[in-house]
Design a protein around this ligand. Structure first.
Ligand code: ATP
Length: 202
């Protein structure tokens, strides 16, 4: 999936609608302290379905909404839209019928988050799977946070393995594998019961 543009409105320090164009290749964000570099990265993670306080540097999910300054009142809502070029048609089947994917997440005070793909309401899980299959996503190693490099160096092997699995594009398979294992176990139980019944009939 090729990210082309991200639009933020009312998200953290980006109170006015703001577009960031994402050009091909490696993108670095530079600017003075406090100008919103980390907020931008958080917006990308957030629209991909990030839900943990750790990923978002805040204690409450609503902390992403512009909270106001001395000059401006706070907002009730934040939205972020990620514009994706899908001309290679690599999105999962359910969303693969157009060359452009617009993924939007909106949070409203007291009402939580909603997600849309190309204007159609979807579940958080749909958005998370879309990015997991494309080996990107809220925890993707393609987004490098401050301190993340030193964390990786000192990480436990199991956590480091997770990063490699992301890079290999197989992290979306974990939840599917879990479901398949549950089905397999149910089938094995049925077979055991069948053996018991056959033994009784003999
Ligand atoms: P540094 O280089 O110091 O890490 P940065 O460019 O990464 O800075 P950010 O951490 O992205 O900066 O932005 C911090 C700014 O965002 C602060 O000025 C903070 O007040 C503002 N900010 C964060 N959350 C909100 C919010 N909910 N409403 C309004 N402003 C916010």
């Amino acid at each position: 999936l090729v990210f082309e543009k991200i639009t933020l409105t009312g998200f953290k320090s980006f109170v006015e609608p703001t577009d960031f164009l994402i050009e091909p290749g490696l993108t670095g964000v530079v600017g003075p302290n406090g100008c919103g570099k980390s907020n931008l990265l958080e917006a990308i993670r957030w629209v991909m379905g990030a839900n943990s306080a750790k990923a978002m540097r805040g204690s409450q999910m609503e902390d992403v909404i512009f909270s106001g300054t001395r000059q401006r009142p706070g907002r009730n809502q934040a939205h972020v839209t990620l514009h994706i070029d899908n001309s290679a048609r690599v999105a999962p089947a359910a969303f693969n019928d157009s060359d452009q994917l617009d993924v939007m997440r909106v949070i409203t005070k007291g009402k939580g988050s909603t997600y849309k793909i190309n204007g159609k309401t979807v579940r958080a899980k749909d958005v998370q799977l879309l990015f997991a299959d494309a080996s990107t996503g809220a925890n993707s190693p393609a987004l490098v946070r401050q301190n993340q490099i030193s964390e990786l160096i000192s990480a436990k092997p199991a956590n480091r393995r997770r990063v490699l699995e992301e890079a290999a594009g197989i992290s979306g398979l974990h939840s599917r594998r879990h479901e398949a294992e549950l089905r397999l176990r149910a089938a094995e139980n049925n077979l055991d019961r069948l053996d018991d019944i056959m033994a009784q009939v003999d």
